[in-house]
Design a protein around this ligand. Structure first.
Ligand code: FAD
Length: 408
């Protein structure tokens, strides 16, 4: 059977794949472009992303600041972000009739609040630009013969001058890339929440407050809103710790974290304030009124955990109880006994070793005319729209490099 011949083949019908295909087709309208997707449907992750709303990017407009959100890829993305980052993403979508809005925490979503808007846009643009989008085409082999790429799927054979691999964290594709000479950093989950069974938080699901969380025994520390859930802890502070600690935590089911519920105050300031409360609120029961602006139920639980009963008054507190309360407020230890998937966004740390990629073009340094973008690379971010930004940036720069060549 004669192979189907294209100028550019994009493997993977996800965020990076579609973004690259559309941009390549716009830059080089004459180029024959095909997108091969393994599944029956394309853009399945975009559909479920951001709880069905698609957190497209994050309102951070300085490349250096933006890179700080990537536990893997921080250094490598600095250059690419100077070429294509948040502002470009906003403009790209807006120009095509999909305005984005910023939420209080910086996350950006389509104004429609629906990921379907993004999917519809990508599908309409692909049609308009005559990109062949072929589904149920899992690429099973990929090799270069006389500068031409030969690909085969379960159904068809293809050839292409240039190939972009945008297959996310698919392990079979990592195997194929390994056979081509690439180094693959093994994949481990990132962005997960912590399972914690602890009396102090047992009855507090839904309580949220700012905290600093430290992985005990490591230097790793993150801050931000912490949400108590019915299974343990979640929220940005925890998700960031799971991302930055993804490798350290990958083979640990049980570990300990230290939580500081009063990150804005020093220990001295807290001790002083407790002494003041002891003196000035002598007749009051500590359990009764919250202090330090903590959510009331959390305050009560921490007071209780410090061995201070409901009947005890501030004046009755002894040195040991005050010390214990300070510890509970600033460095309580919680035993984590498992990881839970964060439903709004999760990602895999691992993929093609970054030293093997030219970040001006996202071309492989090992194989000429082979490009890599998105999660197939050993790049991942904390939650908040940064993972898609990596897909858009890589997809755009790879598209520009693939389509700027006069041969195409
Ligand atoms: C539930 C969930 C919610 C998320 N929400 C957000 C969010 O709101 N914001 C954000 O920034 N990030 C979010 N993420 C992360 C984000 O979705 C990914 O980082 C991003 O989709 C990666 O894009 P990609 O194109 O590299 O890979 P993918 O989107 O995974 O696409 C890869 C595609 O390649 C196909 N494929 C794989 N192997 C082959 C093969 N051999 N042949 C052909 N096709 C193949 C796959 O079927 C898939 O369609 C979320 C992730 C999940 C799981």
């Amino acid at each position: 059977m004669e192979p189907l011949s294209y100028d550019i083949i994009i493997i993977g019908g996800g965020a990076a794949g579609f973004f690259a295909a559309i941009n390549a087709a716009e830059i080089a309208p004459e180029a024959k472009i095909c997108l091969l997707e393994r599944g029956k449907e394309v853009l399945t992750k975009v559909r479920v992303s951001g709880g069905g709303r698609c957190n497209v990017t994050h309102a951070e407009f300085l490349p250096k600041e933006l890179t700080r959100n990537y536990p893997r890829g921080e250094k490598e993305l600095r250059g690419p972000f100077h070429s294509f980052m948040t502002g470009d993403t906003i403009e790209w979508f807006e120009k095509r009739g999909v305005p984005l809005k910023i939420e209080e925490d910086g996350r950006m979503f389509p104004e429609s609040n629906s990921s379907e808007t993004i999917i519809d846009l990508f599908l309409e643009e692909s049609k308009r630009l005559k990109i062949d989008v072929l589904t149920k085409q899992a690429v099973q082999s990929l090799k270069q013969n006389n500068e031409l790429w030969e690909l085969s799927t379960s159904q068809e054979n293809f050839t292409a001058e240039k190939v972009l691999v945008a297959t996310g964290s698919n392990s079979k594709m990592w195997e194929l890339l390994k056979e081509l000479g690439h180094t693959i950093v093994p994949g481990v989950p990132s962005l997960f929440t912590f399972k914690i069974t602890d009396q102090r938080i047992k009855d507090l699901p839904g309580v949220a407050t700012n905290a600093v969380v430290r992985l005990k025994g490591e230097k790793l520390e993150t801050s931000g809103p912490l949400l108590i859930t019915h299974w343990g802890m979640s929220g940005p502070a925890i998700l960031k710790l799971s991302a930055w600690g993804a490798r350290e935590l990958s083979d640990r089911k049980n570990f300990e974290i230290e939580v500081n519920w009063l990150p804005k105050l020093s220990s001295e300031e807290i001790v002083e304030e407790l002494q003041r409360l002891k003196k000035e609120n002598a007749k009051q029961h500590p359990q009764k009124y919250t202090q330090f602006d903590l959510p009331k139920r959390l305050w009560q639980s921490l007071v209780h955990a410090s061995g201070i009963g409901a009947e005890v008054r501030w004046a009755d507190l002894n040195k040991q109880q005050l010390e214990e309360l300070t510890i509970q407020l600033t460095s309580g230890i919680f035993q984590v006994h498992g990881k839970s998937t964060f439903k709004e966004e999760f990602v895999t740390a691992g993929g093609v070793e970054l030293k093997e990629v030219n970040f001006k073009t996202f071309e492989s340094k090992i194989c000429k005319n082979l490009f890599l973008a998105g999660e197939v690379l050993n790049i991942d971010a904390i939650t908040g729209g940064f993972n898609f930004q990596n897909a858009w940036t890589g997809g755009f720069l790879a598209a520009r490099a693939m389509s700027s060549d006069s041969a195409v």
